[in-house]
Design a protein around this ligand. Structure first.
Ligand code: ZN
Length: 452
């Protein structure tokens, strides 16, 4: 594509120093009247990947605002692609995902540049713009979700659904079209899918609403800031991500909650990337992101700590699947929807799933095949809970309260259940299924003392 572009109409240059790291800058440029397509290419010195384990060079993120301005919530936000794409096209009729096509107004536009990492030699950057390049919309490979779902979906308790709350498509740094991701989730046996591309809602139209035999789609966004990521489920708009301080991030999360979104702090663990804003109000913590052994014990401990101090936060899981077509060179994420899986009792529609998440009767398991871990107040026996475990013979059950581990038992059968007393002063009781090495195979949200 680049070879045919010819000289740029506008070239912008600048430099980031170390002190600019993780601070967005808005670079203005003038779009003349009558423009029907804008092509943007950017480059910078000492480029390295965005993975938080890579250091010593530069990573610069890109976004775009049109003439309607850069204010929080502005309708002029045309998209954000992180460092995933070095060239984008925004045309009246189409755009490079996740950017939005549509009319191109004359006036001052802004390229949003975010120096996520600035290395020791600083970062020299260039943005080139073409206003009449005539780039043709690339062909997108068709995808199909036509194979029937697998047969094991009926093994959950009646009325329980399984799903994944975190995945990425070509609308951010994933490699698959939304229908392909939805089809993969169906093949995995999932009944709902939270779709959470970074700093965009442009993927929602491509996903549609799902529904049997496909998973129900929970529209959402992964708000991606330089001090941590949070998911808003059940939202149709972009949320402010540019100011990486706790006050701004807390305000944006609060606004999302006030509008009815279900808000989760994502992967609060080293290399998650981690969460640097402390204990901001939210509904849930993603205590399990990708393979368990990728430091999820740190996220679990943080959730547990907040629970013990009385915060009623829901534990959820998300695979953070990015790649269905190629192998991830840095496999921090599961590349399979449903690893882990979040299970909850709900009807098969987005509103019901969001309601069940808010209610917090959910558990998280390693995969859509389980193990299943149901924790309920014992009917007719005040002060007791009943635990039912399916598919974990040979593992162990741990019961934990704000006072620590209160009971442990071997799980001796594939379909196993038992009743336990809630200790007198415990404020809640929660459950984990662990293997012989202590890895978590499933974990259930707490039953609070007033419910038993
Ligand atoms: Zn994330």
């Amino acid at each position: 594509m680049s070879a045919e572009l010819g000289p740029a109409d506008v070239t912008l240059r600048g430099r980031f120093e170390r002190e600019h790291e993780r601070r967005y800058t808005h670079v203005p440029f003038e779009v003349p009247p009558g423009v029907r397509q804008i092509h943007l290419r950017y480059a910078y010195s000492d480029a390295i990947g965005h993975d938080p384990s890579l250091v010593g060079g530069n990573t610069v993120d890109l976004g775009l605002f049109d003439q309607r301005g850069t204010a929080p919530g502005s309708p002029g936000f045309r998209g954000w692609s992180g460092s995933d794409k070095t060239e984008i096209t925004v045309d009246e009729a189409w755009a490079t995902p996740p950017y939005r096509g549509g009319p191109l107004g004359a006036g001052t536009w802004h390229a949003l540049l975010g120096p996520y990492k600035v290395g020791p030699r600083g970062c020299d950057w260039t943005v080139e713009l073409w206003f009449h390049a005539g780039v043709v919309s690339p062909e997108r490979r068709p995808t199909s979700a036509s194979r029937p779902p697998p047969a094991f979906r009926s093994t959950a308790r009646d009325g329980w659904l399984r799903g994944d709350l975190h995945c990425h498509s070509i609308y951010s740094d994933g490699d698959s079209e939304p229908p392909e991701m939805l089809g993969a989730a169906m093949q995995a046996g999932l009944e709902f899918l939270g779709v959470t591309d970074h700093n965009t809602v442009a993927h929602h139209a491509a996903y549609g609403s799902g529904g049997a035999p496909l998973p129900v789609v929970l529209p959402g966004i992964e708000v991606t800031t330089y001090g941590g990521h949070w998911n808003a489920h059940g939202t149709e708009r972009w949320h402010e991500f540019r100011e990486p301080d706790a006050d701004s991030v807390g305000r944006a999360m609060r606004a999302a909650m006030d509008e009815g979104a279900f808000v989760t702090v994502n992967h609060p663990k080293p290399l998650g990337p981690e969460w640097l804003y402390g204990e901001l109000p939210c509904h849930a913590i993603e205590v399990w992101n990708g393979p368990w052994l990728h430091l999820n014990a740190v996220s679990l401990a943080w959730w547990d700590d907040r629970l013990r101090r009385g915060e009623r936060l829901v534990a959820v899981g998300g695979s953070d699947t990015h790649h269905l077509r190629r192998t991830d060179p840095t496999p921090r994420h599961a590349q399979a929807p449903g690893r882990p899986t979040t299970w909850l009792r709900a009807a098969r529609d987005a509103a019901s799933v969001l309601g069940a998440l808010r209610g917090g009767s959910a558990f998280v398991s390693a995969s859509p095949r389980g193990p299943q871990l149901y924790l309920d107040p014992e009917a007719g026996r005040p002060g007791q809970v009943r635990v039912e475990v399916r598919g974990a013979a040979g593992a162990a059950l741990l019961l934990l309260s704000d006072e620590g581990c209160t009971a442990a038992a071997p799980i001796v059968a594939d379909e196993w259940d038992a009743a336990f007393d809630v200790p007198a002063r415990a404020r809640y009781l929660r459950a984990e299924v662990v293997d012989g090495a202590g890895s978590v195979l499933a974990l259930a949200n707490p039953v609070w003392a007033e419910a038993v």
